[in-house]
Design a protein around this ligand. Sequence first.
Ligand SMILES: *[C@@H]1O[C@H](CO)[C@@H](O)[C@H](O)[C@H]1NC(C)=O
Ligand SMILES: *[C@@H]1O[C@H](CO)[C@@H](O)[C@H](O)[C@H]1NC(C)=O
Ligand SMILES: *[C@@H]1O[C@H](CO)[C@@H](O)[C@H](O)[C@H]1NC(C)=O
Length: 559
Amino acid sequence: MRSLRKTVLLIILVSVVLVLALLHSWPTRSYTTVDVWQRHGPIVERRLEERLSDPDQRLGNIPFHVRDSVASLLARNGCVCEGDSGGVHLPFAQLLFPRVSAQPLHTAFEAAELEEVKRRRAKEYKSFQKRSQTPADVLIIAEANNPLQYPTQGVEVRPLKTIIIPGLALRSLPRDHYSINITASLGTLNVAAEVDGVKIKGDGEMHMMLSSPLLLNLNRQLQFVTYTNTLFHPSTADTVRFETEGHEAIFSINIRHGVTPKLYNTGSKAADYNISALVTIATKTFLRYDKLQDLIDSVRKFYPNVTIVIADDSENPKTISGPHIEHYIMPFGKVENTFIFTFLSFAIDSLPLSSSCCMFKGWFAGRNLAVSQVTTKYLLWVDDDFIFTANTKLEKLVDVLERTTLDLVGGAVREATGYTATYRQTISIEQGEEDGDCLHVRRGFHHVIQGFPNCVVTDGVINFFLARTDKVQQVGFDPRLARVAHLEFFIDGLGSLHVGSCDDVTVNHATKIRLPWVSQSESDKTYAKFRYPLASSDATQLKNGLLFFKNRFQCLTHN
Ligand SMILES: *[C@@H]1O[C@H](CO)[C@@H](O)[C@H](O)[C@H]1NC(C)=O
Ligand SMILES: *[C@@H]1O[C@H](CO)[C@@H](O)[C@H](O)[C@H]1NC(C)=O
Ligand SMILES: *[C@@H]1O[C@H](CO)[C@@H](O)[C@H](O)[C@H]1NC(C)=O
């Protein structure tokens, strides 16, 4: 009996504690729902259309002459890919007379499925646009003779925080009464202080009215206007309308978190760069342990303590040991049937001694694995059949990245014949309409870098480059692609990677000439089996399919 009472008491006690705990943790804040679809404020859009479609009628009668040399530089409505016609068919013709060739990308799909693919791509693209655009991207025009003073750019607020809107004022002719309306859509307006003689309505709301018979007092009041973001988004913008009788101005307030830096502690500064503290060498290997060992030995001659990260997807991985070596073993043949053949084949194949390394499963996946393990400020990407020489001066590449705003700098690869390649490519994207954009790839570069006469700014470089680790990790390597689809990485990085190339830092490419009296090793034979896993036409289809859908291109030109 007593034990029963005890149990009941205990249960009551526990329940009371539980209820108290529940009440305590019950959210006291009420949460509003947020529409996180990105779209431009309908008001702004309408105003803009009205203004742009209402040009001064009198201007239409004034004659003008088109300056073709300039007008032809302007973007057309839509884009086309055009190749050079004609041309000669000689050996090395592409080297001697480089021509531009064009290719459509939609041919990667069957005619029957193409419409469906296009519809899916359009849907994905629409949602990408909604995610990537903010009202801060909308064109805003300040009208002439506007008595309103306001900030045109540079106003920023952290999500859900409050700021004073700087620079608001009214410079009006004398009147009996002055009034101002301010309207926001992702936050509320208020005043941090009240000024005598000014009437405030709608403070704490999205639409606030200020009025006063005294212009000075109203202007004083405008100095205290605050904006509080109320709808959370990590990076967007609010468009604020600022009005007085007969005049209106629109400006935007950026709403975003501050950029969190990723800094690397590189140790105390010696006279020279400490390469072991600054750089990790990353590579991906598959079966070619003899070549990899040659690479490691050559690195050790010059950089005994630099860390080497190796991603390996060989079927029967061997142990690679030694100081400062990290060997990561991947599942064999993990990425099935997704080899993409030589994106750069047009460039590479036309070179003497075409580079034929490493087209096999999971090349880019392996790159991601290797790159993900790097903890130094910079990483140096090398292929497993490269050899360091006295000309492989990493200090020079580090110096370029330390002293410029570049994120990635490529070197040069020297073939056994003495031929040196940098594969500098410029990439441009011409905006198209529903069919997609046009991708244009050309050999070459944009500018020489001041202070570094051997270095240029470009968009894509060879497989031997030093890069800021965090930037490479951000762009990532599409695991669906194989190595010679290398340029894909630079296409994905366009707009976020600042790329350079220096031809005075070289690495040697292990010889590709196989002498007929030297028999091929077992591993070389197996390697060769995986090198060209797909017929080249199938692989081109795969590559074109990705360019068509993932990057939304309709066609490609290159030389
Ligand atoms: C301010 O807004 C109110 C109500 O929305 C409107 O009646 C008034 O005309 C507006 N004033 C100005 C100067 O735009
Ligand atoms: C260079 O960096 C490595 C790794 O951080 C460190 O062990 C070594 O002492 C440094 N060398 C010099 C000369 O500062
Ligand atoms: C490499 O490390 C060893 C042992 O830690 C050290 O004695 C040597 O000075 C280092 N070499 C360089 C070039 O930093």
